[in-house]
Design a protein around this ligand. Structure first.
Ligand code: NAD
Length: 343
């Protein structure tokens, strides 16, 4: 068995998720970022180079674009993969699947994101739920932002009280902040109009025993997703017991409307005031006042910062696949400390 001291990480696709995972890798002291790929020159390439990040063209036919712009690159994706132990695929949804044979040929461990199907790796990952099952794997898919948020709160509730069933309404942000050509401007779009949305079945890829049905709507906002959860538990619980269950998990942050954090924009302002880079909030945020118990049946409302919630999960997936940390608790502690997140 290979014992890794310092894991060499490559990132294919340096967009919303890729640049955040790259920054998170740079902060870990048991990982090295060997480089990232870009399809063409851009301000993001210039900024990355100015910070010492090595840039590779995503394919041979793209090299010309960098040469014409006078941008110094270190080679192509194939060159990058030769230097890496793990590649984190952060290309757009469904594009990542086309790289599977490339990663396999290069004999690098590969992580895909939630835009790819479960079958791409045959294993869907969430650090708190199934870290141990990821130990030593060659290929892993980190579940999407919405699924990550649901896995975090449902795992905490299930561990403490046992879940009988879950019903969720998801209000999904229409687009990410930089995607100015996407998303509804003046409508609420049932997305999909059919029930269930894919989120429930996706949660079951990580927590197969949970009875969950989800419905989703796209709404005209870019900041965060919001989920309304209705959960039936195996026993009566008090609201105090629910808070105590959540308090055992560092990537869940309870906020209060009475403290002035009563909306997604207020959460983002809070992240800014915390000094978070790019106003990221990788913790799942739950509104204190929304937690309501009716005995076995409870309600809560949670918010998911789609651009950053999966970033620490990718770092934990790297540690699990290379066995550099044996437990999820150990890895999450390191990840959160280096990233400056958690409670
Ligand atoms: P993005 O469009 O912001 O970034 C993708 C990057 O890959 C861009 O820099 C693009 O130029 C580059 N790219 C495009 N084609 C490529 C190719 N063939 N080879 C290499 N690079 C290529 O996308 P994103 O939002 O970062 O999403 C990446 C993955 O993460 C998707 O699977 C997505 O579903 C998932 N995800 C996204 C979010 C989110 O809210 N943005 C949240 C969780 C998971």
């Amino acid at each position: 068995m290979v014992i890794w001291m310092n894991i060499r990480v490559a990132i294919n696709g340096y967009g919303t998720i890729g640049k955040r995972v790259a920054d998170a890798v740079l902060k870990q002291n048991d990982m090295t970022l060997v480089g990232v790929t870009k399809t063409k020159p851009s301000y993001e390439v210039d900024l990355a180079i100015s910070r010492g990040i090595r840039i590779y063209a995503s394919s041979v036919d793209r090299v010309k674009l960098f040469e014409e712009a006078g941008v110094q690159i270190c080679g192509t994706l194939d060159d990058l993969l030769k230097e890496a132990d793990v590649v984190v695929d952060c290309t757009p949804g469904k594009v990542g699947a086309s790289y599977k044979p490339v990663y396999e040929r290069a004999k690098v461990k590969a992580i895909w994101q939630g835009g790819e199907k479960h079958d791409i790796a045959g294993f869907s990952f969430n650090a708190v739920c199934n870290y141990k099952e990821a130990l030593g794997r060659e290929q892993v898919r980190v579940v999407s932002c919405n699924t990550t948020g649901l896995c975090r709160s449902l795992f905490a509730l299930d561990k403490s009280f046992g879940i009988r069933k879950v019903r969720v309404v998801l209000m999904r942000r229409g687009a990410d902040p930089a995607e100015d050509s996407k998303g509804p401007i003046n409508s609420i779009v049932p997305d999909p109009v059919t029930i269930p949305s894919h989120h429930g079945p996706d949660v079951q890829k990580v927590l197969p025993h949970i009875d969950i049905t989800t419905t989703a709507f796209a709404v005209p906002t870019t900041l965060m997703h919001v989920h309304l959860l209705n959960v039936e538990l195996n026993r009566d619980v008090t609201e105090g017991e629910i808070f105590s269950a959540f308090s055992q998990y560092p990537r869940i942050r309870i906020v209060s409307a009475s403290d002035g954090i009563g909306s997604t924009s207020a959460i983002i302002e809070y992240a800014r005031d915390l000094g978070r880079h790019r106003y990221d909030m990788p913790e799942l945020v739950i509104w204190k006042e929304s937690v309501k118990s009716f005995g076995k049946e409870i309600y809560l409302t949670q918010a998911v910062h789609q651009e950053s919630i999966v970033v620490p999960e990718n770092i934990d997936a790297i540690r699990a696949m290379t066995r550099i940390a044996k437990s999820g608790e150990e890895s999450m502690k390191l990840t959160d400390a280096y990233m400056g997140i958690g409670r």
